[in-house]
Each structure stands twice: as C-alpha cells, then as structure tokens.
Design a protein around this ligand. Structure first.
Ligand SMILES: CC(C)(COP(=O)(O)OP(=O)(O)OC[C@H]1O[C@@H](n2cnc3c(N)ncnc32)[C@H](O)[C@@H]1OP(=O)(O)O)[C@@H](O)C(=O)NCCC(=O)NCCS
Length: 378
C-alpha cells in the first residue's frame, strides 16, 4: 500500500530520488488518506494537524497536502470522493478549519473551500536596500536546530492573522537543505536575548545570485533595521533578495524607495469544517460588542446548516443556535469573511453573501482585520 502510494505521488508531483518516501516518513504514513478502486490504490492525500492564528488565538486547523490521483483513475470523481471522506472525518474529529494550496481551484470550490489569504514572495535588488544602520549584532546558529526559534516564531505568529502553528514536518523542511544547498541561520541580537532571526539559502542562477530568506521573525525596529542592513551587506555577491511576506508588506516601509516588488503570489484556500467551533475558537477585535445573525448552508457537513447567533464581547465569541438569519451565506463564503481577506461589503458586491444593512455592519466590525497571509507553502 505504502509502495503504491509513493509511486502515485512521485508520478503526480514529478519527483523521484526518494523525495516522496522521505515526505511520507516525515508526515507519518498514518496521516495519509487513500482511495481504492478495484482493490488498487487510486490516490491519496496527507493531513497535517496543526493550528492557525486568528485574532491572536490558535484555532485547530488541518492542512491538506499532496492530493494526487493516478492518471488512469482521473476524471471520475476520485479526488472529490477522497476529499469528501476526509472532510467528514475532520468534522467528526472536532477540527475547526482546514486550509490548502490548490493546483485546481475549481476542484476545491466544489468541496466548499474558498480563498482565505495570501502567499507572496517579494523581491528587491540588494543595491536598492540602502539601509546602513545595524543596531544589533547577529549570531550564527550552527548546527541548526529549529527548536531554538519556536518561541520567537510563536510571538510573531500570534500577531499575524493566518500564520501557522507549524506542523513539525514544516519546521523540519525549513531547515533541511535541498541538494547542493546550504541553509544558514542567525539570531538577530544576542543568543540569550534575540529580537529576531533569519534563515536563508543562496543560489546562483542565470539571472544572478539570489538570497532566499526561508524564514524570518523581527520583533523590534532594531531587529528590522538589522535584517535589512545585513541583507544590504551582501550586495557585492548577491543580486536579489527574496522573502515571504504579506501582500501588503510592512517591512518595505523601511526601504527608501518602492523598489521591492511581489515576485510570486497565490492564494491559499480555507474551509470552515465546524461553524460553531470555528467561530468560538478564534479571537476578535477587543473592545467591540456586537451580535451577528447568520444563516449557513453546507451540503456536505450538514451539521453546519441552519441559523446561528454569534455574540462577540471582550475579544471572544459565543455561538447559539437560532436567530433571525440576517446574513445568509454558503459555508464556502464564510472562509474569506472569517479570514478578513475581503470585507462583507465587497463580498456582497460580488454576490458571495446576502445580508441586511445591520448584518453587514455587524460583520464588518466583527471580522475587521489586516490582510491575512502565511509564510509556509505545504
Ligand atoms: C488534480 C487531481 C487531484 C484531480 O483528480 P481527479 O480524480 O481527476 O478529480 P475529480 O474527477 O474528482 O474532479 C472533480 C472536479 O475537479 C475539477 N478538476 C479536476 N481536475 C481538473 C483539471 N485538471 N483542470 C480543471 N479542473 C479540474 C473539475 O471541476 C472536476 O469536476 P468535473 O469533472 O465535474 O468538471 C489529479 O488531476 C491529480 O492528481 N493531478 C496531479 C497532482 C495535482 O496537481 N494535485 C493537486 C494538488 S492541490
């Protein structure tokens, strides 16, 4: 079974050289779900149980990765069936939300996933950084052990809507070099009192040398200035720097000109698995007191169907059944509302939800937030 799964995943993701075997080991074979046709393995996917930060609170989230169906079984609903089965299992297990990166958005929309946030790689030429001030020292971390970064990472993650409470496999892959690659890591500040860190690799390409920032945490202005000046000091060897950030990147505010550009961008999708759990698990803007009467439709996870009242106070939400159903939406459209990717007004404008003026106003207050993003691709 394991061999068949590995063979299918290698073919689906055009890999080899033991990469898929290592991936299966890292995730744990027990976290794969498989679909059979005529007693043969037809395909599979990986489930990554982790968390995602919303409103400063960690919400239980299961990431879905490497959905692959063998070519001879494609086009007959195998991926849909596998995913439906997995979603029902997540509901039964009490998972609140699920996220994934879609190769085919239309497939996952049929399973009620919708755009939830951004994944962006930014790029700037090292000569354009022009930040000279370096208030803090940097200390190399050798050998790299990702555990030393967890505390700083969690502090940044809590403040960043959409950030993952990373699955151990995501941490492992972050510091695992690909072939011919070396991973470098530095604390920004002293080892005893770091104010941030940077993990990166360097690559020689036809278009010049690139420094890839694989992960960063910057907790203070001094750390952010040091980050930029450290990167600027690579300008005689390195042509471009690339890093992951929000679609609206505040780090670029420290650069003198608007020379940094988004080099790659895509949106990850989110599905609310359990309406009550998802709405109660997350945090909300402190200082607002509001009530929202929702009416949800979910054709797959039917426990989500019906009317709910979400009452928000002191940064937390409480859900009760019933109410006036003033904001009507499919479970799919709850995703971009939940994540604040779009405002209720703009979602209504494109026909994604339907609500009274009071409901739109309430939802706008409750789901106010900054542009959601995550640094990790999985
Ligand atoms: C993407 C993949 C998983 C789909 O598997 P599948 O079993 O053929 O999918 P299904 O038959 O269940 O398709 C269901 C729906 O998904 C959509 N879909 C599936 N494959 C599609 C494609 N290549 N292009 C556009 N839409 C597609 C369609 O809307 C389809 O519904 P329809 O047949 O009613 O139009 C499969 O092609 C695959 O393994 N590809 C290689 C690996 C990959 O890209 N994985 C995705 C990682 S997120």
């Amino acid at each position: 079974m394991r061999k068949q799964l590995r063979y299918i995943l290698e073919q689906c993701f055009i890999s080899g050289l033991g990469g898929e075997e290592a991936y299966i080991n890292l995730i744990g074979v027990e976290n794969f779900r498989i679909i059979h046709k005529l007693q043969q393995v037809a395909g599979g996917l990986a489930t990554l149980d982790m968390g995602q930060w919303w409103g400063g609170v960690r919400v239980p989230m299961t990431g879905i990765a490497v959905v692959g169906i063998a070519p001879e079984y494609r086009g007959s609903g195998a991926a849909i069936a596998l995913m439906q089965h997995t979603l029902k299992e997540l509901y039964a297990r009490g998972v609140a939300i699920s996220a994934l990166y879609p190769a085919v958005q239309s497939l996952y929309r049929k399973l009620e996933y919708e755009q939830g946030g951004s994944w962006c790689i930014w790029e700037v030429a090292t000569r354009n950084i022009q930040v000279r001030e370096q208030p803090l020292p940097l200390e190399p971390v050798v050998p790299i052990n990702h555990q030393v970064f967890h505390q700083l990472y969690q502090q940044q993650a809590r403040q960043t809507p959409g950030y993952l409470d990373r699955h151990p496999a995501i941490w492992e892959r972050l510091i695992q070099p690909d072939e011919k690659e070396i991973v470098y890591a530095y604390f920004i500040g002293t080892k005893d009192q770091p104010q941030g860190y940077i993990i990166f690799t360097q690559e020689r390409t036809e278009d010049g040398e690139i420094l890839w920032v694989k992960d960063w945490v910057l907790r203070t202005l001094a750390a952010a200035q040091t980050f930029w000046s450290f990167l600027a000091n690579h300008r005689f060897q390195i042509h471009q720097v690339r890093w992951n950030s929000s679609a609206i990147d505040s780090l670029t505010l420290l650069l003198p000109e608007q020379t940094a550009k988004i080099w790659r961008e895509s949106r990850w999708l989110l599905r609310v698995i359990d309406v009550v759990k998802a709405l109660e698990a997350r945090g909300y803007p402190p200082g607002i007191q509001a009530e929202l009467h929702l009416e949800i439709q979910d054709n797959l996870l039917t426990g989500n169907n019906g009317k709910f009242i979400l009452s928000v106070a002191n940064g937390r939400g409480k859900v009760t059944k019933g109410g006036k159903g003033e904001l009507q939406l499919d479970i799919r459209e709850l995703a971009p509302l939940y994540t604040s990717l779009f405002t209720p007004y703009h979602l209504q404008q494109v026909g994604k939800l339907n609500g009274t003026e009071t409901a739109i106003l309430g939802a706008t207050q409750i789901f106010a937030g900054s542009s959601p993003w995550m640094a990790d691709f999985f």
